[in-house]
Every structure is written in structure tokens, then in C-alpha cells.
Design a protein around this ligand. Sequence first.
Ligand code: SAT
Ligand code: MN
Length: 584
Amino acid sequence: MTTNPALASWVEEVAALTLPARIHWCDGSDLENEQLTAEMLADGTLLRLNEETHPNCFLHRSNPNDVARVEHLTLVCTTDQQDAGSNNHWMSPAEGHQKMDALYAGCMSGRTMYIIPYLMGPYGSPYARAGVEITDSPYVVANMRIMARIGSRALAHIDAGNSFIKGLHSIGDLNPERRFIMHFPEELMIKSFGSGYGGNALLGKKCHALRIASWQARTEGWLAEHMLILGIQNPAGEVTYVAAAFPSACGKTNLAMLVPPEAYAGWKVWTVGDDIAWLHPGEDGQLWAINPEAGFFGVAPGTSMKTNPNCMQTLGRNTIYTNVGLTPDGQPWWEGIDGDKPEGLLDWQGRPHDSSNGPVAHPNARFTVTAAQCPSYSSEANAPSGVPISAIIFGGRRSTVAPLVLESLDWAHGVFTGAAVASETTAAAVGQVGQVRRDPMAMKPFCGYNFGDYWAHWLSFSERCAELPKIFHVNWFRKDADGRYMWPGYGDNMRVLKWITERCSGVADAVTTPVGLMPNRADIDLTGLALTEQTLDALLAIDTEVWSKEVDDIHTFFEGFGDRLPEGLKEQVGRLREAVRNRA
Ligand code: SAT
Ligand code: MN
């Protein structure tokens, strides 16, 4: 129960609409979690995994039609359609509410309505924000318990009179025809119906911490971004903090937990977050970042001791796995995991594996695990003021065009570089995989307002911070003429991170190119890596013909934002076009 009148009346209203059989206020305790888990084991929502190899771990198989975010069914409802922008699907708030409330009518009858008070951000942080998710899914409660700080302490924060985001969620009948994720930023409200999948249902994550928070951040002078946060420690023990934005399923979790190659003795990476960063101008003129989340909701396929040893050590206890395969002795299994493929696997739908039915694990199979279990979890991850950011990295998955790394010339050029990010689509969202699309700042699916206004807000930071981070762009995914990745990636990305930190401290060299500052061949330390000079040259190559098409493409994309496109970005298009032409 609550002493906050706004929360009490909203709960009453929702109960009157959804007609639940029972109402449960989540306190976040172990006892509560045990009871919920027992119920989910009893009704088959969860399967217990091998207790010896995977203590307190569970498998959830979702409805096969409900395995990823649904961008075409995700809407931003603002009074003026222009405020949502052409980057969002839009509906008027009145119509949105009407549509959703019709779906919610009586939808919880016979079910329990769970009320989850939660906090995004460390306890005691001035930047932490509260929310309350009302849901009829115990799986959502169990996942929110790992991903956010839920229960009594969050409720106390709300009861103390602090504002909170209202998020209403029902799995409904999981009918894709009756599935919508709607955002009402002007009312700080989220309504989600018909999906139990992570980004559609764990409302603290993308819906609150990105879509609604980005809207709030704009009005309040900060940034809510789709970024991992990591600390890079050099052999002298100095730590440089970096925030990096990549689209979903492009390796944010792997980069956040990177283990440097052997030749990099004395270097170490600390994990602060793997998906979302809230960035605030500090009194010292630097940009400070907190991770609003408390757990990782990462992609399982491809995760192994080779690609991400820290992650493998994080998993394996107290973990919820969703849509992975199952070995005969009750262990989770996915494509790319260590070891040989065992006989007798069940696939993610619980069927005996048959490759004509597709992969064992769904390509977007996920794990949910608390960040505290991560061996590289930073001691600063819960610091109330966050960590000071020296560099921002943007990146996409591009087999051509974008070089391994470049540094922007200044803040405005960096904002342009972020705004122009393009990436091949992945299984994290429903739709065709491998299509190149513009994904500015990796926020295409998550920016809660017009991209034109968003870029103007980004540009405005040159007046908000005296000591802005340097901005970089990386591409780990460039391919050769035979379609093979040219860069080894994973731990070897450290080689690029080292150059980045050394650019920040002023010790590394760079050359000016039409697209930005780039390392000389000798500036990337390849010790211990069998990579030919020709390959490195190819990774750093700028093809002016390709880039002149790229500029046209960026220009066309920007034009779609009409008069909301800031002058500052138009100037950048002109500058790049000129620079590429002069080089050609
Ligand atoms: O949207 S989720 O949070 O489920 C995962 C992602 O796409 O980044
Ligand atoms: Mn993400």
C-alpha cells in the first residue's frame, strides 16, 4: 500500500478497469520471489534448470509469436504529431488511451495484479527516477526484480512525494493483432498490452529509461541514451570512462565486459552498464553517467568463454533464460556456446531439435541476471553521482563504408557522426534481419520525440558543459570482398579502445581525413595479433566515391525531418560533402 495519493488513485482506477482477482504490492523480498517462482514452476511458466550446474536458474519459453520488440506496434502519443517526429509511429493521446483502455477492460479477471514500485538508478542518486509498473505477469515481476531496484525502498521514495512514471502492462491473450506499446510522454505514462517480451513488457527498460526519459531529459537538460558505460584502466591504474551506443544485438554487452588480449598486460575493463546511460552535466563541467539498470538482459546466442568470459562467469546462477535450448541433463544451450553440440537437445520451443526447424536457441534468446554477479562490475557502478565520461563512441554494424575507428573534429561534428549512424538490422526486433537503416545514436527505436529536436538538444551541450567528451565512431563489422569479417572483434576491440583513451589523454597521434581524425597504421597497437598491414589499411580505408554516395544518403535522411532539422547538422552535411569532394 502507499501513502502517495496519486499512486493510490491510479491503482484504484486500473483495478476498476482491469478487474483483477487479487492485488499484490511487490516488496522485492526474497520470500516474495520464492513464492512467485514456486507458482511459475507449478504452472509451467518456468522450468527449473540443472540445480547442480545451474543453481537457482530457470528457463522460460515464450509464445513463439512473442520473441522480440515490435517497432511497428510501438507508438508515441503526443498532442502535436510533429513532437513525436517521423522517427516514431504516432497516435493522438485521446485515441491511444481509448484503444488501450478497450483492450484493458476486464483483462485481469481471474489473474493477480502485481504492483511493482521501482527505481532506475542507484539508491541515493540525485539522478535516479522512480516508476511503478502494474502488470499481470509474474515473469515480468521476476525480471524487473533483476533489472531494476524494486520494492519497499522504491515505494518509500514515491511515498516521500517524488514523481514517478506510470506503466500499465497486461499480457492479454498474446494475440499479435491486439498488441501495442504506447507512450504518453506528456503524462509520463506507458501502456503496454499483448506481449510478455523484455523490451515490450519490462517497462522500466526501453519504455521508461529511454523513451519517456529522453523526453524528460530534453526538458530538464540531460541525456537518456542507448549506451553501455565502461571504465578502461591503464597499467598506471588510471581509469577512463567511456559511453558507447550501438543498436540492439551489436555487441554492447560484450564490449562492456571486455577482457583485454594477453599482450595488454596491466589493462583492465570495468563494467558500469551494458545498455542504458543517463548523462548529466556536472558542476565541474564534465558529463557524468549513471546506469539506471541493475541487471543485464543480454543476447545469449554467440556468448561463450571466447567471446565474453566475464559474461559466462556472470551467468550460471540466479539467472532467468528465455528461449534458449535445453540439454538432456537440464542445462541451457545456444548456438556459439562453448563445447560440442550435445545429442538430445530440445529447441527453444521445447521440441526435439531438428535443424529443419531452425536453430536450437532463438536468435534473440536472452538471459536476465543481476549486474552484481559480474566479475568486472565496477566499484563505481552504484556511485550516486555516476562516473565522468571522457569519450562517447557511436557504432553500427556495417559490412562496408564505415572505417574501424574515427574521431570527430569537434562536438558538432560528433553529433553529426552519431546522427548519421547506419546499421544492419538484427533479431532484437521483429522484421527482416540484415537491412541497412539509419539508426541515429542507436536510438531509432527508442527516442521518445522528434529526432530533429533530439539532435538540437545534443548540439546544445556545447553550451552546457565546459569539458565535453570526445566523440568517436567505430565499426567492428567491416567485411572483405569474400564476405569475411576483417577485424577479430571481442577482446581485440581493446586495441581500438586504447587508441581512444590515448587520444583523450593527448598522447596518441591522428591524421585528418575528410570524415574525421583517424589513427595512422602505427597508432593501433597490434602486438600479439596476426593481422596484416593490408587488412588494417583496408579497415581504415576511406573510399571517396562510396562516401560521396553516403553523404547524399545522409542528406536525404535528414531532409525527412524538415524544419525540425537543426542548422548545425545542415552545416555538417555541407562540410562533409566539401571535404569528400576535395579529396576525390
Ligand atoms: O528491447 S530489449 O530491451 O528487450 C533488448 C534490446 O532490443 O535491446
Ligand atoms: Mn538495448
